[in-house]
Write a protein that binds this ligand. Structure first.
Ligand code: AMP
Length: 599
């Protein structure tokens, strides 16, 4: 499927990631080290050099004053609104009240991260990228969203959509498939922030019903708390350590914290953390969980508030999903499961879900991924109307698209010069009970009844567009019509109603089809039988003639009474009764032809 390249970007406080739709699949793109997650850290060297991601973090213990982390906290903020930051904040010299860090605006710093993500994407995809969908927290205000958009532009990316992070996560978890009015909770505990959002799916999109959070609560706090407690247990005054020693202890705490998500115990090792002293200690998971408890309690308070803001109870939710690297911690998962009374969905990587959702949205916008509301099967049968107002199905319900199917049709009357093709959708036997998607005339060369041949083919492409081709087989002339009413984009309720009706009226519908088919046959048979009897002479014996006449009478009576099964049986009887006569007539005609030829 062709389409436009649009990147999906999670511009996170601690980590960022970029993805794109490749061959119809949303994927995250890895850097040269094979990592799909890039730390949101930027190092500004003294002589203009810039490094982003892991390279920037590696500079942190030796050069902490030049590494900017968590710049997202400053986006769209005014000087004085943030009290604490990793490097000194200055007031923008232009009098705008904006913030500067190391002489740059937060947008300019974020742009460096976005440039790096763009570079990774272009390196992996081997083509330039100019557009992106970027996610922001649900609680971001207009100024913060506008700043994010500006950062994208500074990085050379047109931001085609700003998407809220919980919505992106819900897309990644496939929650759009849960159906209308489904409600979900998105619990996002990252490196620096926490938020809980309640979403509701309506008209194919998610609405944020409520969101609560704490912009100063995340994995970083857990690292600091663990580093502090280990230091204290070894008689080290954490607060009097220099910045480099801080960084070393905190980085080791993070490593231990991550190990404890998989193991019951881990060793904390910080050799020469302050240049001379070393620290080594065994940390059981239980110790870490005890430090974690007050932070977890704060997140659960937010959950309670968000539910109450939305006027909901935990049992009103259809799913709970986890987002953010810190939700890998087993104690976090337990607390969430306990509060919501249901196990969270663990089907996606929590630290990749937002970027994946942004990529899905980018794919939909760029036309490289099918609209999520489109089904990849035909929701209802497609066909055309044939003689007697019957529905003739060409593509049955639930056929996977793309697909095509065709059938041959003929003229109902002699000398007819065109045929009307009515394209129908639905499960009912009679054309009039189905929906008409379109109609058109197919011209063909006039021919005796039943002799013209018109092939009709239906083709549904991967976008769900139905194309109908009708061909006059004799001349090879094609009429091609694209049906504008989508054949696959039908809302679920209408599909349900149609299918329900086809079940409710199954007997009536079948009776009408049987009657119509038998009537068409009778209308053909009766005049033919009359003519045959008139010209048969002694070819037909009295008992046979009687049987044929009585069968024909029965057909007429059943026709008049409108009874499907008796009519079908009577038509059958008439057909059988005339078999011998028909054969004799054919033989006689052949003899006559032979005589003519020989004579
Ligand atoms: P995010 O902002 O979503 O990228 O999350 C980053 C945070 O997740 C950091 O604080 C990481 O230390 C933390 N994190 C990542 N992996 C794990 C893990 N396995 N166990 C605990 N925390 C983790």
């Amino acid at each position: 499927m062709s389409g436009e390249l649009i990147l999906g970007i999670d511009l996170g406080t601690t980590n960022s990631a970029v993805g794109a739709v490749e061959s119809g699949f949303p994927i995250l793109l890895a850097d040269e080290e094979g990592k799909r997650i890039t730390p949101s850290a930027v190092w500004f060297g003294p002589d203009g050099g810039v490094e982003v991601g892991r390279k920037a973090l590696r500079r942190r213990s030796g050069d902490p004053g030049r590494v900017v982390t968590s710049v997202k906290r400053l986006m769209g903020r005014r000087h004085g609104e943030e009290r604490e930051f990793c490097v000194p904040m200055e007031r923008a010299p232009d009098g705008s009240g904006g913030i500067r860090v190391l002489g740059r605006s937060p947008e300019e710093v974020s742009a460096e991260i976005l440039k790096e993500l763009k570079r990774i994407a272009e390196m992996r995809l081997e083509r330039p990228a100019h557009k992106a969908v970027i996610t922001v927290p649900a609680y971001f205000n207009d100024a913060q969203r506008a700043a994010t958009k500006r950062a994208g532009e500074l990085a050379g990316l047109e931001v085609v959509r700003i998407l809220s992070e919980p919505t992106a996560a819900a897309l990644a978890y496939g929650l759009d498939k849960l159906g209308e009015r489904s409600r979900v909770a998105v619990y996002d505990l990252g490196g620096g922030t926490f938020d809980l959002s309640i979403l509701e799916m309506q008209d194919g999109v998610f609405q944020v019903l409520s969101t609560r959070g704490d912009t100063r609560l995340g994995g970083d706090d857990l690292d600091a708390a663990l580093a502090r407690s280990v230091a204290a247990a070894h008689g080290i005054d954490f607060d009097t350590l220099d910045a480099g020693a801080h960084v070393r202890l905190i980085e080791e705490a993070e490593r231990v914290k991550c190990r404890l998500s998989d193991e019951d115990s881990a060793t904390f090792r910080a050799p020469f953390y302050d240049g001379s002293r070393s620290l080594e200690a065994e940390i059981p998971r239980g110790d870490f969980e005890a430090r974690l408890k007050p932070y977890l309690d704060r997140t659960i308070t937010c959950c309670r508030q968000a539910l109450s803001d939305a006027g909901l109870k935990p049992e009103d939710l259809q799913a709970v999903i986890l987002v953010g690297g810190s939700t890998r911690i087993p104690a976090v998962r337990r607390a969430v499961a306990e509060f919501f009374g249901r196990e969270p969905d663990l089907s996606q990587h929590p630290d990749e879900a937002v970027a994946l959702g942004a990529t899905i949205q980018a794919g939909v916008l760029g036309g490289t991924l099918r609209q999520m509301v489109l089904l990849d099967v035909t929701p209802l049968s497609l066909g055309i109307e044939t003689f007697g107002g019957l529905m003739n199905i060409l593509i049955p319900r639930n056929t996977t698209i793309p697909c095509k199917a065709g059938e041959m049709f003929t003229n109902a009357a002699a000398g007819q010069a065109s045929m009307r093709v009515r394209v129908l959708q639905g499960e009912r036997e009679m054309a009039r009970d189905n929906w008409e998607l379109g109609k058109f005339e197919v011209p063909f060369e006039p021919a005796p009844k039943g002799q013209a041949r018109v092939g009709v083919q239906f083709r549904i492409d991967e976008n769900g567009i139905l194309e109908v081709l009708a061909r006059d087989v004799k001349t090879g002339t094609d009429t091609v019509v694209e049906i504008r009413n989508s054949a696959v984009d039908v809302d679920d309720e209408a599909v349900g109603k149609m299918v329900g009706e086809s079940v409710d009226f199954a007997f009536e519908d079948m009776a009408e089809r049987i009657f119509t088919e038998a009537r068409l046959k009778a209308e053909e048979l009766l005049p033919a039988v009359e003519m045959a009897l008139a010209s048969a002479g002694d070819l037909v014996q009295a008992p046979e003639r009687q049987e044929i006449e009585s069968a024909a009478l029965e057909v007429r009576a059943a026709l008049a009474a409108g009874q499907p099964n008796p009519l079908k049986a009577a038509v059958q009887r008439l057909d059988t009764a005339t078999e011998a006569l028909a054969a004799a007539l054919v033989e006689k005609a052949m003899e006559a032809a032979m005589d003519r030829r020989l004579g």
